[in-house]
Design a protein around this ligand. Structure first.
Ligand code: AKG
Ligand code: FE2
Length: 222
């Protein structure tokens, strides 16, 4: 989806992420643990396995995973809530930020499990993995020059997407659709992304009563 965000919105998100980064609040430890635990070759084709092997060889020993910060909920909600609901065909549902699996999507809620900005420098990439949630929205916040690396690669589909500022990818990668981020290989280039991990699928049927156990409020799904 080209032009999902405009230049001003990309700039605001990068600035907000850099402000958090400046406080030293990197959440790399938690997120890298997540990424690594999900590195999996489950259900992949032979061809994909070969591509992954190649990718691992390409990844330098000292390759980093980039610098990750969790963005403020208010900013993410302001810029993305309506647009994400629209492109996913989930109009009228609001963002609810909760990492914990005890909160499930409802007819009125889209659960945002994670809202991360990642800044990649030279040799930074992400090894092959699946994201583990119903959907992933990945937005490039800047453009990496041609040949500078940093592409998002879906080996099973033979697809490699170059980062272009404002372009978004929306994909399902719960236990399938392996992907990785090719390392940035241009010493002058940087790559910034915003990634939302989204759960939105629910089993409620029309007429079901939905109760919020925290507030005690309830409504009937119509
Ligand atoms: O930066 C990219 O191109 C992909 C990042 C990614 O897949 C992740 O962080 O889960
Ligand atoms: Fe991913």
């Amino acid at each position: 989806m080209p032009d999902f965000l405009n230049a001003e919105e990309c700039r605001r998100i990068i600035e907000a992420g850099e402000r958090i980064a400046a406080t030293g609040a990197e959440c790399e430890e938690y997120l890298n643990a997540r990424v690594n635990s999900e590195v999996s070759t489950l259900g992949t084709s032979e061809e994909a396995k070969l591509l992954i092997e190649e990718c691992k060889v390409d990844m330098a020993e000292d390759a980093g995973g980039g610098f990750r910060v969790r963005l403020e909920e208010a900013l993410v909600k302001e810029i993305l809530e309506e647009r994400v609901a629209y492109v996913m065909g989930l109009e009228g549902r609001s963002f609810f930020f909760e990492e914990g699996a005890w909160e499930r999507p409802t007819p009125r809620r889209i659960i945002i499990r994670d809202q991360t900005m990642v800044k990649y420098g030279l040799n930074d990439g992400v090894p092959p993995h699946v994201d583990g949630k119903d959907a992933t929205l990945l937005i490039y916040l800047n453009t990496v020059p041609e040949g500078g690396g940093g592409r998002t690669v879906f080996p099973e589909d033979g697809l490699a997407v170059s980062p272009i500022s404002g372009t978004a990818l929306l994909y399902k990668s719960k236990t399938e659709l392996l992907h990785f981020s090719e390392p940035v290989n241009d010493p002058t280039a940087e790559k910034y992304i915003l990634q939302l991990l989204i759960d939105y699928e629910h089993d409620y049927k029309k007429g079901d009563k939905i109760i919020d156990f925290k507030t005690g409020q309830s409504y009937v799904y119509e």
